[in-house]
Design a protein. Sequence first.
Length: 386
Amino acid sequence: MAKNINGKAFNGETQLKLDIFREWFREWFPVFLHNRYVSHIYIYDLFAGSGTDVEGKYGSPLILLEEARGEDAKHCSFMKSDNKQITFIFNEKEKTKKQEKFELLQSNVTSFFSECKEENSCEQGRIYKSHCTNKSFKDGFYDDSTDFQNILSNSKFSKFLLLDQYGFSQIDNNVFNKLINSPKTDFIFFVATSFITRFKEHDNTKKYIDTNKIEFDSTKPHECHRIIANYYQSLIPANKEYYLHHFTIENGANRYGLIFGTAHTLGMEKFLKVCWKYDNLAGEANMNIDGNHKPGELFYVAGNSNKKDAVKEEIKKMVLSGLIIDNITGFKYALKQKCMPNVLSDVIKELESKNKVRRIGAKSYTSTDIHKIKVGSKDYYKIELL
């Protein structure tokens, strides 16, 4: 029986996961809402739960709806003057005959729209469409009787998939490959990493994950989710520009985590922004995953990050060896290393101060919205070795 996490109050780790969902979606939604090349936005929450915990705190479905409304219903106001369509699909399927969570989900979504309409004196129920479905994940994902696969394949539609699965078995290699090859599709999925760690050699684990490609280090148990993320990274062709990031959530001896995927640098920038907010040392965990010195220790320096230092050192070597020849290449490399693009700017400033390089082109060190930087544009520069 699937664990009913919505039958009790959310613990701190679950709340952290939900906060990351919320802040990421808050960053993501306006980008496509105001994109004139996107005609329809689809938001899928395919393991939605009941919508709240026992204390009434919002779970993922109501968080998504609340953020789509925006502060003071600003997104609704925009939608009234725009022809873009927004559709939410919330799915919940329990392994029991009684589908109590699904029934609660339907009730909570209906109540949200009713209360929102009353509080904001608007017709939000007509602006955003929502559907609650009651299917197993695989049945819904591969159901030929629905438009799901066509929607995923449509480049005029933007899609966000939240896949807060129980365990790890639902997002197998076939599902993952479909996700990374679907245009304008970003996703976050949950993985019960500790289960894979403990039962790596079990047939039920090998059925869904090629554990021959995974090597856990028993001396570094806190890095297990990083290793799982690297496994998914290995499934992406080397010549495909695609960005993955991960966030480890530790709860006692158990470690779980999120995997995020996007084909766009802006999507990666925004997810990294959220992750580095919650972990200013490595941007990937709710614990000190890289062993940074702590306040009170001999070598502690406020603001120092072992991860950033390592990435900056690698960027420096690549610049000086001619492998990074301009800011576009450097920014994308930083994103691939799970760092914000400004680490390149830090390196270039240092090398310029030592008369090692000079920039040809832009005078600024702009390092946000890097998708807007094109060869020859005002923020583009080449790097010349001296």
